[in-house]
Design a protein around this ligand. Structure first.
Ligand code: PLP
Length: 353
C-alpha cells in the first residue's frame, strides 16, 4: 500500500525535538540515581513510589506483545484510550483547517477530542441496522480529511461492523484509519491487529477498561506501524503511565484465565438478558450485541431512564443520539444485578403501558 506518513504529519510535529527525560538519557540499572530530583528516602506510603516509572513501559509492552501477537515496537500505551485519540489529533490534524470523519451513532470521545483540537468532524451516519455507508464515507473524503474513526463493535449500538467493508475503507481512505476495538474480547469475529503489517495507515485501539476489569487504572493500547508509534511516543507526556499501573497490569497479565472466565460469564449473561428483555411486553427491540452491553428500545426511554434511577437501577439513556431514539444502553451486570434490572423494568413497563 502506497502511504506517506511524513506527508500526512503536521509540519511542526515532523520537526519536533521531543523532551528527553532523565530516564531517556541514562536507562541503565546500576549506580546511585541523582539525576531526576526524586526523593532518595522513599515515599509517604507503605509501598514505595519515589522513582519515576519507565517512560516507554517496556516490560509491560513485551508482555502485551506476546498476548496480542504483535511486536512491542508496534504498541503504544496511553492513559486510557482517550490519550492516543487526542495524540492522533495533535499529530495529524491542523486546527481550524483539517477534518475527521466519524460514523454516528458512535463513541463520543472522537467528536469531543476533535472539538478540543479545533477540528471539524464530518458525520456519515451508519445505516438503520448500524452498518457502514461505505460509498458515502468515501464521497465525503477531501484532502482535509486526516482521520477516519470506526468503532467496531460499535458503542452504543453494540454490533460489529462488516469487516470486509472496514477493510475496503482502510484501503481507500487517504489518511489514518482508527479502528476502536474496545469491545474486542466480547466479539465473535477477529481483531484487525493481524492486518497491521498490511496497512501502514491503520491504528487499532484496545483497552484494559472493559474485559480486563481495570477501568480505574486508566490503560489504553494503540497498535500501529512502528513509524506511527514513534510519532505518538514523541508527543506524549514523558511519564504518561504511572508505575503503579505498569506494575499492577504486568502482574495481572499472568492471570489471563481470570479475564477469560469473566468474559465467558458476561457472554452467558448477555444471551440470557437478551432473551429475558425480548420476552418482556413493551420492549420494542433488543439490538444484536458483540459487546458487554445491549441497546434496547422501549416506549418512552427518557421516562424509563428517570423512573429506573428512582428505583436505583442506573442505565445509559441514548434517546437523544442519532438512530437511537427511545433507546437505553444496558451494561451486562452480574446475574443478581440483571435479575433486579429485569424485575424493575418489567414493573415499569406494566405501569407505563
Ligand atoms: C469504553 C470505551 C473505550 C475505553 O476508553 P478508556 O479510556 O480506555 O477507558 C474506548 N472506546 C470505546 C468505544 C469505548 O466504549
Amino acid at each position: 500500500m502506497n502511504f506517506d506518513l511524513k506527508a500526512l504529519l503536521r509540519p511542526h510535529i515532523r520537526e519536533l525535538k521531543p523532551y528527553t527525560s532523565a530516564r531517556d538519557e541514562y536507562s541503565g540499572k546500576d549506580g546511585i540515581f541523582l539525576d531526576a530530583n526524586e526523593n532518595p528516602f522513599g515515599s509517604i506510603t507503605t509501598e514505595n513510589f519515589n522513582r519515576y516509572p519507565d517512560p516507554y513501559q517496556q516490560a509491560l509492552k513485551e508482555r502485551i506483545a506476546t498476548i496480542k501477537n504483535v511486536s512491542p515496537s508496534r504498541i503504544f500505551l496511553g492513559n486510557g484510550s482517550d490519550e492516543p485519540i487526542d495524540l492522533l489529533f495533535r499529530a495529524f490534524c491542523n486546527p481550524a483547517q483539517d477534518n475527521v470523519i466519524i460514523l454516528p451513532p458512535t463513541y463520543g470521545m472522537y467528536g469531543v477530542s476533535a472539538s478540543i483540537n479545533a477540528i471539524e468532524t464530518i458525520s456519515i451516519p451508519l445505516t438503520e441496522d448500524f452498518q457502514l455507508q461505505k460509498e458515502k464515507v468515501l464521497e465525503a473524503v477531501s484532502e482535509k480529511s486526516k482521520i477516519l474513526f470506526i468503532c467496531s463493535p460499535n458503542n452504543p449500538s453494540g454490533n460489529s461492523l462488516n469487516p470486509n467493508e472496514i477493510e475496503e475503507l482502510i484501503q481507500k481512505f487517504p489518511g489514518i484509519v482508527v479502528i476502536d476495538e474496545a469491545y474486542v474480547d466480547f466479539m465473535s469475529g477477529e481483531s484487525f491487529v493481524k492486518k497491521l503489517e498490511e496497512y501502514p495507515n491503520l491504528v487499532i485501539l484496545q483497552t484494559f477498561s472493559k474485559a480486563w476489569g481495570l477501568a480505574s487504572l486508566r490503560l489504553g493500547m494503540a497498535f500501529a506501524s512502528e513509524e506511527i508509534i514513534s510519532v505518538l511516543n514523541k508527543i506524549k507526556p514523558p511519564y504518561n503511565i504511572s508505575g503503579l499501573t505498569q506494575r499492577t497490569v504486568l502482574d495481572a497479565l499472568d492471570n489471563t484465565d481470570k479475564m477469560k472466565r469473566m468474559v465467558a460469564d458476561i457472554l452467558i449473561q448477555r444471551d440470557k438478558l437478551k432473551k429475558e428483555l425480548e420476552s418482556l411486553d413493551g420492549v420494542i427491540k433488543v439490538f444484536p450485541s458483540d459487546a458487554n452491553f445491549l441497546l434496547v428500545k422501549v416506549p418512552n426511554a427518557n421516562k424509563a431512564y428517570q423512573d429506573l434511577i428512582g428505583r436505583k437501577v442506573i442505565l445509559r439513556n441514548r434517546s437523544n443520539v442519532l438512530l437511537c431514539e427511545n433507546c437505553l444502553r444496558i451494561t451486562i451486570g452480574t446475574e443478581e444485578e440483571n435479575k433486579i434490572l429485569i424485575a424493575e423494568l418489567k414493573n415499569w413497563l406494566t405501569e407505563n403501558s
